[in-house]
Design a protein around this ligand. Sequence first.
Ligand SMILES: Cc1ncc(C[n+]2csc(CCOP(=O)(O)OP(=O)(O)O)c2C)c(N)n1
Length: 379
Amino acid sequence: MQSTEQVVPIRTPETTFNDEEVVTVLMPDGRLAPEHDPKLPVETVVDLYKAMVRTRVIDEQLVRLQRQGRIGFHIGSLGEEACILGSAAAMRPNDWIFPCYREFGALLFRGLPLQTYIDNMYGNADDVVKGRQMPDHYTGKPYRFGSVSSPIGTQITQAVGFAWAARFKGKDEVSSVYFGEGATSSNEFHNGLNFAGVMKAPVVFLCRNNRWAISVPSEKQTASRTFADKGVAYGIPAVRVDGNDILATFKVVRECVERAAKGEGAFLVEMLTYRVGGHSTSDDPRAYRMQDEVEQWRRTDPVLRLRRHLDERKAWDEARDEAWRQEVEAELRACITAAEAKPKPTLESMFEDVFEEKPWHLEEQAAELLSGPRAKDHH
Ligand SMILES: Cc1ncc(C[n+]2csc(CCOP(=O)(O)OP(=O)(O)O)c2C)c(N)n1
């Protein structure tokens, strides 16, 4: 049908956002654009930089361990450190974080001991989830950090329910929830955003638009112009930020958290970034994307970008950088050595934690398992 003159005022997606509306602070030469500068003390910026480097060093080492057959799996955040750490830093201590599966850096930033994370990667006897999950399925209740649950989108409804309950109980707690742009196609995204929009739940939706959902590029994920548009559709104010700019991410997320805490309801932040690594150690992205694209994003590396700024402020130098990397590597080596020396969870532990009193059929199964022949002790 031919289009006719517009009579009814149908709002086109183009009227909600345009591409220029991306909040950025860190300029290419390392200086700060003043408009959205969060004006953090230089020591805080140094701490953020150190957290990003620590996350990167751990990430790279975990990939090596997987390649050597010492751990089974890793899913990391290479290239996405700024949006993960900038947003985690913007949450207030009382607020909750509901992770997707790339946010180990945020949990460490919240204070989880590195040893506890590495024990989870090995699924050993000290793993808080007792080796019952894949590696990188961590949890951190003492750090106000939810559990990784890998079916896409599940954490979105968990965060919304949690935020709504907190508001109901009169607690000053905002929930934040991470997910990739692919998860915006899930049922849980719809359920969560619809509920949060209607009920004004204090939740900040953190969409890491890293351009790829395994092998599906973001342009094949939606016909909306932006992922922020999807928030607007649910009556949720939304904003796009340069997710490779940790200062801009901090600024935007902090403002959303403060407004959510004041009773203004939910917010959605689309953080524009790029997944530099494979989806996980089980993926080879060379099968579906061009290396040129990756190289182009490497040039906007969030770690280098903040480093340039610290250089500009004369707040960091090569010697300190090297010393910090060595410190992280040494701590990590010690945790790996300790984790590898620990026993596996006991076989009996498999039958614990579900029933207060173990029913007869589980007693029987446990006895049969413990008395039966065992496979050799390697995988
Ligand atoms: C319900 C469900 N369907 C499919 C999968 C398989 N799967 C794991 S990760 C993933 C892509 C997720 O992409 P995105 O949400 O953009 O997050 P990213 O991995 O890019 O951070 C898919 C389809 C899953 N885990 N759960």
